[in-house]
Design a protein. Structure first.
Length: 579
């Protein structure tokens, strides 16, 4: 919902700041006063194409900024999250700058974004109907969704089944395509897989083998140092070195001396226990070192053989995985793939049977959904023609085209839906976007919006020149339909409407008057919010032209009172429905 719009240096606008409210916001003014300039500026902040020629004369840059309340609009909030736009507690500030060099800068809550991202966000923020192209309901891809929404729960249930079958069909089709690759390519793949499997199998790898070999290699490369160090240690423990006793001999003598001393002084008995323990440990150490020296020749392999084995393992690591575990896992994977290729024909036959069953199930549901859509299309056609008849388009011809293509297997069914319309007798129905006049387009969109009510998630709608070619009772109907849109869906909707009709203006929850003034030899557009007195004066002007008389003043008062009664009646009915 648009809360505030700020425009600087756009066309005839020097500076403009407007606060919009929920409900019906009406914009009126003399022809040529610049009412549509405000909407043109608004489309810029929604991502429409900018033109540097619209920069106010004498200025180098124009800026448009919109403050939107997006609380509860989960789809839009998720889109902002995907774009990385900071969350500002339900507020979204969009800014668009354009300079005289044609350079665009777009921001969302301070984050610079692309024009395409801005337009994507704008598509979910507002619908602008009339002479502009920001019209979500003109997009044919949305028509099927609308028709299914009109068809309510039955269509939704069939759509869910269709989507499930389509997903399964896609998976099976992908598996078939994988198996039906070019025969030569498959043969090359089989040969390659067989070679890789043989290479891994012939290596007879064992988990942890490489770490053990690296340890043996390190020992062999340092064998002399290892033997020298261990031999010297054994010599110190057991042999004589430079005429001195060995460590064990010295320990034995120490043990005897302490034992003799303990016989005299009992305090040495504890020390003797310590000496006995150390002596025993040293003897065990001596035995282990001797055993290590004796086994060295038998335990250590040949360095050349170890390096050759490590070379094989390293080559396999470079090809198939960072470690032996990964290499063996890859081997299991390609064995399974080779088995699938060898048994390809059997798999293909099974997949084709499964695909045929899924397609038959899909087609049954698709036919049922098509029948429901045709039924919904006829009902929607009647509803639209009735709505348009009430809006002085009695001779309009509507067609809701549902084309069924049995060769498609999409997640939304086999139907292409398009809304077509003919506003003049004798002319064939055409797509909505090709209807000629802005006023007709706006009334068509108003009819669609009136029918679909709360089904459209977009909270803000703009109607530009919806009153072209209508007056009298039809004008009152249009006014009441626009006002009714503000209370659906539950929670309300914001409508911004540029109009020349006093019947619509009288329904306003907030009324703005646009006027063009000459100040210091330059032209400026002003946007004036009207109080109750101002509303009566503007309605009197719209009713009587340039001169406001007591009669037009009284007529304006009557229209305002009538509009209040209509609003209260609509609100009362809405409350009853909600309760």
């Amino acid at each position: 919902m648009l809360r505030n719009l700020v425009v600087n240096n756009y066309a005839l606008i020097d500076h403009l700041a407007v606060d919009f409210s929920q409900g019906l916001n009406v914009i009126t003014g003399e022809t040529g006063a610049g009412k549509s300039i405000v909407i043109d500026a608004l489309t810029l902040v929604l991502g429409n194409r900018g033109n540097k020629n619209n920069i106010r004369q004498g200025e180098s840059r124009m800026t448009v900024q919109g403050l939107f309340d997006i609380s509860g609009q989960n789809k839009l909030i998720e889109k902002c999250r995907v774009f990385g736009i900071p969350d500002e507690e339900g507020q979204l500030i969009l800014t668009r700058e354009l300079d005289d060099r044609g350079r665009n800068v777009c921001r969302a809550n301070g984050l610079i974004i692309t024009v395409s991202q801005l337009k994507s966000i704008g598509d979910d923020l507002m619908d602008i109907h009339g002479q502009h192209e920001h019209q979500s309901l003109f997009k044919r891809e949305n028509h099927r969704e609308l028709l299914d929404a009109f068809g309510a729960a039955d269509n939704a249930a069939y759509r869910k089944r269709i989507a499930d079958y389509a997903s399964d069909i896609k998976k099976i089709t992908n598996q078939i395509d994988e198996l039906e690759k070019n025969e030569r390519e498959l043969e090359r793949e089989k040969e390659n897989l067989q070679f890789e499997i043989a290479e891994i199998d012939n290596a007879a790898l064992k988990i942890g083998e490489d770490e053990q070999l690296e340890e043996e290699k390190r020992m062999l490369e340092n064998r002399e140092r290892l033997f020298s160090g261990v031999s010297r240690a054994y010599e110190l423990l057991q042999g004589e070195t430079n005429g001195q006793h060995s460590i064990l001999d010295a320990m034995g003598m120490l043990q005897e001396d302490i034992s003799e001393t303990a016989k005299i002084d009992s305090s040495f008995e504890q020390k003797l226990v310590i000496i006995d323990g150390v002596f025993s440990e040293m003897e065990n150490l001596s035995f282990e070192i001797r055993s290590y020296l004796e086994d060295m020749e038998y335990n250590l392999g040949d360095l050349d053989e170890i390096e050759a084995r490590l070379g094989i393992i390293d080559r396999l690591k470079r090809k198939y995985g960072p470690d032996i575990t990964e290499i063996l896992a890859y081997g299991d994977e390609i064995r399974s793939r080779l088995k699938d290729l060898i048994n390809r024909d059997e798999h293909l036959q099974a997949y084709y049977q499964q695909l045929k069953q899924l397609q038959n199930q899909y087609l049954k549901v698709s036919e049922a959904l098509y029948a429901l859509r045709v039924k919904s299309a006829n009902a929607l056609k009647s509803a639209l023609e009735k709505e348009l008849s009430e809006l002085a388009m009695e001779k309009v011809q509507v067609e809701v085209s549902v084309q069924h293509d049995t060769t498609r297997f999409s997640s939304s069914g086999q139907d292409t839906v398009e809304f077509l319309i003919s506003v003049n007798p004798g002319q064939p129905p055409k797509p909505l976007g090709k209807v000629a006049s802005g006023g007709e387009i706006s009334r068509i969109m108003l009819s669609i919006k009136s029918i679909f009510g709360g089904l459209d998630a977009i909270e803000t709608m703009v109607f530009d020149e919806i009153d072209t070619g209508i007056s009298g009772r039809t004008a009152q109907v249009v006014a009441e339909k626009i006002q009714a849109l503000t209370v659906t869906p539950p929670g309300g909707r914001q409508i911004i409407c540029i109009t020349h009709l006093p019947q619509i203006a009288a329904m306003a929850d907030q009324h703005f008057m646009v006027e063009k003034r000459t100040v210091d030899d330059s032209v400026e557009v002003r946007f004036i919010p009207l109080d109750e007195k101002g509303k009566k004066e503007e309605l009197s002007r719209m009713l009587g032209g340039a001169e406001v008389t007591r009669k037009t003043w009284e007529h304006a008062q009557e229209m305002l009172e009538l509009s209040q009664k209509v609003k209260k009646s609509k609100k009362s009915k809405e409350n009853k429905i909600l309760s």
